[in-house]
Design a protein around this ligand. Structure first.
Ligand code: IVH
Length: 669
């Protein structure tokens, strides 16, 4: 094959793989295959620079920086939307339309209102030729160099029957999990964090240097078509979106066509209820007249169309006053500053506390007590202070002073090398750490001791009845019934619950010890790999690092834990008092409860990565695959699962969620 043909073939293949991966969440190639193909293409393009196209998949890494932005005049203005804040507002919107048209509307298209940055993409003969920001709606900035680095923006459209000129509009977003990962990386390395995913997306898109943009986890979601010429498009908005999907664009899978405003309002309520589980920040839903001819005849008033409206959700950012900063000592001794706030309604709940993370973050924010601050609560994420309104200072604000000794036990506060966190160094003697360790030990995912809550533990600890977790197992009914608010009957129940919990699994037991960096998933991997506690306790750091998901840091924490003087005695006491678990047989490979089963893992998991889940499945004898077919036995689906889940549903396969999966792992181990 000549180079020209090979280049064409590679580009076509890479574009298809890219669409399968980003649009369909249904990889057709492994990462290694993709990397090999792109390396080969790069090699060929280097030898034949005359064959290099700006739309080549090799161009996604970002080329040379620009010295300034050029402006782009939109062929059709990029409008904004009017807002509706209630069902009545939506009804009024519908009534305005009906009276204008003289007929009722029988279809609305409902979509999430994505909280990102608008972007217009221009394609000529299926090739991306220009990308522009919204700007003032009439003129925006040319950000083509940056748009090319966004992985799910097709550089070449998939298929054939597209208009010769096509402008696709949509929103550039950063999924919340990627945003959090990015910010915690920045926080750890002492860099400036972003206020929210929208600011991060906007800042990333407006970079002169596309190599910076290429490193940001940006994603483009198409929501409409602007200018087109040539081949006509479908005559409903909903069908246009489906067509865009076919050409390789990502379109929200929450898009839905409804028949009237009441159903649109119900849609809004439904999306609001799911808000925390949706991967990207949304600030409402957009309701659009579905018929394109009707949209045309309705037209626009000033800067907003008459045919669409944004049904807004409660804001996820609000302003409130910082009343005080308290310092909490966690299980690992980490000292976390907590902002006490004037209560404020944000993200659908009343917030009166927010985390300030660590001393670096306080310094970065420059926050003082009595400052007015912007508080953000997105989904079920812990509320954060993201910004200080320095312009609202009156002079009575006071600096936050970080404690130099532990606020609970007065021991020295230390700061580990390369870590932004300050810790109380009195690991075994600080009552805050001891209490937190006890709470962790009894918690649901650890030893799961029913009826032993925070209050009771506090009382037991303060009365000296329980110093460490092993003391729980020698508590008597008489000791317990002597406590406040504890009758004979509930004392009996508690003793029984504690006794019942002794029969456990190695994974749970390991997790309950509260070893630093050993979460549920790591505990499970360690248990499955070594099979017994002694083997883990005696393992070298090298041997520990052989376990999937265990890196040098985790290995060193585990290693050190088992070499502390008090650990051996503590473990011995627990075992003497009856804590036990079945031994796991690790000697034979590919046996186990999942033998003969093929699993597919999709969507977001909470307790572990998808890789770790797959590892656990294989450890129990199962096989894992990346795509769903009739050969699939079980699909493990987390929130955000897309086409794989729908396919599994249509094939009538067994689908389980993460909670069920963890149960199966546990009963298998
Ligand atoms: S339609 C003329 N659909 O919201 C119609 N816009 O406040 C306007 N937005 O600048 C575009 N999600 O960037 C539309 N599903 C969606 C949207 C959406 C977010 C943004 C868009 C626009 C702003 C208007």
């Amino acid at each position: 094959m000549d180079s020209k043909a090979e280049i064409a073939l590679l580009r076509d293949q890479l574009d298809r793989w890219s669409a399968a991966y980003h649009r369909d969440d249904e990889p057709e190639a492994t990462d290694a295959e993709y990397d090999r193909a792109i390396a080969r293409l790069r090699e060929l393009e280097a030898v034949h620079p005359e064959l290099l196209l700006s739309t080549s998949p090799t161009q996604r890494i970002g080329d040379t920086p620009l010295s300034e932005f050029t402006s782009v005049t939109h062929r059709r203005p990029m409008l904004s939307l009017d807002n509706a804040f209630s069902g009545e507002d939506l009804q009024a919107f519908d009534e305005r339309i009906v009276s204008r048209l003289g007929e009722s509307v029988t279809a609305y298209c409902c979509e999430p209102k994505l909280d990102g940055v608008a972007l217009s993409l221009l394609y000529r003969d299926g090739q991306l030729i220009q990308a522009a920001t919204r700007g003032d709606g009439t003129t925006g900035e040319d950000v083509t160099h940056n748009a090319r680095t966004i992985r799910n923006i097709p550089l070449t459209l998939v298929g054939t029957r597209f208009p010769s000129e096509l402008e696709v509009r949509g929103e550039v977003v950063i999924p919340r999990s990627a945003f959090q990962q990015m910010n915690s990386r920045l926080l750890k390395s002492g860099e400036k964090v972003f206020q929210n995913p929208r600011n991060a997306a906007s800042g990333s898109l407006r970079q002169l240097d596309p190599r910076i943009t290429a490193k940001r986890p940006l994603s483009f979601m198409a929501y409409s078509v602007g200018y087109t010429s040539g081949e006509p498009l479908p005559d409903t908005h909903f069908d246009i979106l489906q067509t865009l999907k076919g050409w390789g664009f990502t379109v929200s899978n929450l898009t839905s066509r409804v028949t009237d405003w009441q159903t649109a309002e119900a849609y809004a309520a439904d999306i609001l209820a799911q808000r925390a589980d949706i991967e990207v920040d949304i600030d409402g839903v957009v309701i659009k007249v579905d018929s394109m001819p009707l949209q045309e005849s309705l037209g626009a008033v000033s800067r907003a169309p008459r045919w669409a409206i944004a049904r807004k959700f409660p804001a996820q950012e609000e302003v409130t006053q910082l009343l005080a900063v308290d310092f909490q000592v966690g299980r690992t001794g980490a000292i976390t500053p907590v902002a006490r706030l004037e209560p404020v309604f944000v993200g659908g709940v009343t917030v009166s506390n927010a985390t300030l993370h660590n001393a670096d973050e306080i310094a970065r924010l420059g926050v003082k007590v009595r400052d007015f601050v912007v508080v953000r609560r997105a989904g079920d994420v812990i509320p954060q202070v993201v910004k200080v309104l320095t312009e609202r200072r009156v002079g009575s604000e006071v600096d936050v002073v970080f404690p130099t000794v532990c606020p609970v036990c007065s021991s020295t506060v230390v700061r580990d090398q390369d870590e932004a966190v300050q810790r109380c160094d009195n690991t075994l003697g600080c009552s805050a750490q001891q209490k937190a360790a006890l709470q962790h030990f009894v918690s649901r995912k650890a030893m799961d001791i029913d009826g032993v809550g925070e209050k009771l533990l506090e009382q037991l600890f303060d009365d000296g009845l329980v110093v460490d977790a092993s003391d729980l197992f020698s508590l008597s009914v008489a000791q317990l019934s002597g406590l406040d608010r504890m009758g004979e009957k509930s004392a009996q129940n508690t003793v029984k619950a504690i006794a019942d919990s002794r029969q456990t699994t190695l994974a749970r037991f390991l997790y309950s010890l509260g070893i630093r960096e050993v979460g549920e998933a790591t505990a499970l991997s360690l248990a499955n790999h070594f099979g017994e506690l002694d083997a883990i306790a005696q393992a070298s750091t090298e041997a520990l690092e052989e376990v999937p998901d265990v890196g040098p840091i985790v290995a060193s924490h585990v290693y050190r834990y088992f070499r502390q003087d008090l650990t051996q005695a503590f473990l011995l006491r627990l075992i003497e008092r009856g804590v036990s678990w079945p031994v796991i047989d690790t000697s034979v490979e590919s046996v186990g409860p999942f033998i003969g089963q093929t699993w597919v893992v999709t969507g977001k998991l909470e307790a572990m990565s998808r890789d770790a889940a797959a590892e656990a499945i294989r450890a129990l004898g199962g096989q894992t695959a990346t795509s769903v077919s009739s050969k699939t036995s079980v699909v493990l689906a987390g929130p955000g699962a897309g086409s794989k889940l729908s396919k599994a549903e249509s094939l009538g396969l067994q689908i389980i969620n993460e909670a069920e999966f963890l149960k199966r792992l546990e009963s298998a181990s």
